[in-house]
Design a protein around this ligand. Structure first.
Ligand SMILES: [Zn+2]
Length: 504
């Protein structure tokens, strides 16, 4: 059910009216949902998802002010005493117990020595009433006391001041860009009767979220260009201030990247008869045209194989993020330090594949990171095979095997654990995480491809995509899709996940 399109709301409509419209739309959705949403594995229907309306003002230096309204339908099935939101930005604060980088990465993470940031909440309201909120000891969870019955709609409002650290990361001011990911208070996932509150980790992608829709207005000093999730509805400049308005519907999260140096390349093509546009904001990367072509080609190839890319746009930004690349809802960032054309193409294909695995089909990145990273890394290889280049595919798989075996052969005293399904916090180094989650993930999916054959393998992944679209999938869901496609993958998936398989 399509219940509400933020794009249909004019900016001349006062914010309160916008919020009321959102609440009305959700109440209608809630009535339908209570009658028809009993099935847990049903793809989310637009209109049930949380709606974020965020106003941002960036000062051009290291300060960002935020006013956020969230319309939240309590579809947890339980009456709630509180609503909890992540404050990931506080992982970047001075003295954080788990900083966002490993000790060995520190020099490359910071630009000119240590720099700290965070988010300070100044006000919180629920349904128009100011409330006494609490913040967890590590600063990363905002607890809003609320008496929310199952099926009730809450209108949450939060105001905050954000300080941006100077670093090459998902969040902060880097050499030529401003990276804004994980910056806004975001709803924790509620599952098995509790809020999932895990904080930031140095290894892996610590984000875990439900599909949501966003309407974001950003004011910044004139001269900045903003790239971000969704579609840019407005881009205007008055009296030295540039204003950008974004709308992103049914996405996993929302992120932005700002720079005074962006140049924009664009390409448009048809997916299932729909026009899809890729906007590539480059800082002058040596092979930006090649990377743009790889993104377009990957969107077409994966759409034809797994199911159509559902959004009207994918935005790509080049930035300094110390991580190769990073995926967000209908938005990806490619690290400016990746200059080799073939490596840049692979990063571009990898981040594009994440739009299927992470974006539309979510998974628990904190405990089963392989489910999106392993499959996405496999797709980076599979892209070549799907385009008829079997040699590059096989070279990719061989390289993944070598990478994994190097780690597996480490002396037992080092404590290497080949289990793929385990918490991010259990990985001691980034190398171990990559070997077990990415490289071994490639080997798992290559094994499934070899044993099931192309037809059943593609059918299984297409089923996995359509059956779990806009929801959060588990390894059991992946197994079910293979079974439905005619191949019992349960033993293979379980043994790789547990680390009991034999790879020589
Ligand atoms: Zn990835």
């Amino acid at each position: 059910m399509k219940a509400f399109s933020p794009r249909s709301v004019s900016r001349s409509v006062p914010r309160r009216v916008v919020a009321s419209l959102l609440v009305a739309a959700l109440l209608v959705a809630a009535a339908f949902c209570l009658a028809a949403c009993a099935r847990k594995d049903k793809p989310a229907v637009f209109g049930e998802v949380p709606l974020y309306d965020i106003d941002l003002t960036y000062d051009g230096n290291d300060s960002l002010s935020l006013a956020e309204e969230i319309v939240f339908l309590n579809d947890t099935g339980n009456d709630l005493d509180d609503v909890r939101l992540h404050l990931y930005a506080n992982a970047f604060s001075e003295g954080a117990e788990h900083p966002p980088y490993l000790p060995t990465e520190k020099d490359d993470f910071f630009i000119e020595g240590e720099s700290f940031g965070g988010i300070e909440i100044s006000n919180a309201e629920i349904n128009g009433k100011t409330i006494d909120y609490e913040i967890s000891e590590d600063g990363q969870v905002l607890v809003l006391p609320a008496d929310a019955e199952a099926g009730e709609v809450l209108e949450i409002a939060v105001e905050a001041d954000i300080t941006l650290p100077r670093c090459r990361s998902r969040f902060g001011v880097s050499e030529r860009t401003v990276n804004l990911a994980g910056f806004y208070p975001s709803l924790c996932v509620y599952e098995n009767g509790a809020w999932r509150e895990e904080g930031y980790t140095a290894v892996g992608d610590p984000f875990y979220s439900e599909i949501s829709s966003f309407y974001v207005t950003l004011a910044a000093p004139e001269g900045y260009l903003a790239a971000g999730s969704g579609s840019m509805l407005e881009n205007t400049a008055t009296d030295g201030t540039a204003t950008f308005v974004f709308s992103a519907e049914n996405v996993r999260d929302f992120a932005l990247c700002l720079s005074r140096e962006f140049e924009v390349l664009s390409a448009s093509f048809l997916v299932d008869g729909r026009n899809v546009t890729v906007d590539y904001y480059t800082l002058g990367q040596s092979d930006a045209e090649g990377a743009l072509a790889a993104v377009v080609s990957a969107l077409e190839t994966f759409s034809a194989t797994f199911g159509a890319y559902p959004y009207p746009r994918l935005t790509v930004a080049e930035s300094h993020i110390h991580a190769g690349g990073m995926e967000y809802g209908s938005f990806v960032v490619l690290d400016a330090s990746v200059t080799d054309p073939a490596a840049l193409r692979d990063v571009a294909v990898h981040e594009t594949a994440h739009q299927w695995w992470f974006g539309v089909v979510g998974s628990d990145q904190l405990n089963t990171a392989w489910l999106d990273e392993g499959l996405t890394e496999f797709c980076t290889a599979y892209y070549h095979l799907l385009r008829g280049d079997g040699d590059t595919y096989r070279a990719f798989v061989s390289s993944a095997k070598e990478n994994y075996l190097v780690y597996r052969r480490l002396p037992a005293a080092v404590g290497f654990d080949g289990a793929m399904s385990r918490p991010l916090s259990s990985f001691l180094t980034d190398g171990e995480y990559v070997a077990v989650t990415y490289a071994k993930g490639v080997l798992l999916f290559d094994t499934l491809l070899q044993l099931a054959g192309r037809d059943k393998f593609d059918a299984a992944l297409a089923d996995y995509f359509s059956s779990n679209a806009y929801a959060i999938a588990t390894p059991a869901d992946l197994t079910k899709s293979f079974v439905r496609a005619g191949f019992d993958a349960s033993g293979i998936i379980a043994s790789f996940a547990a680390g009991t398989e034999i790879i020589n």
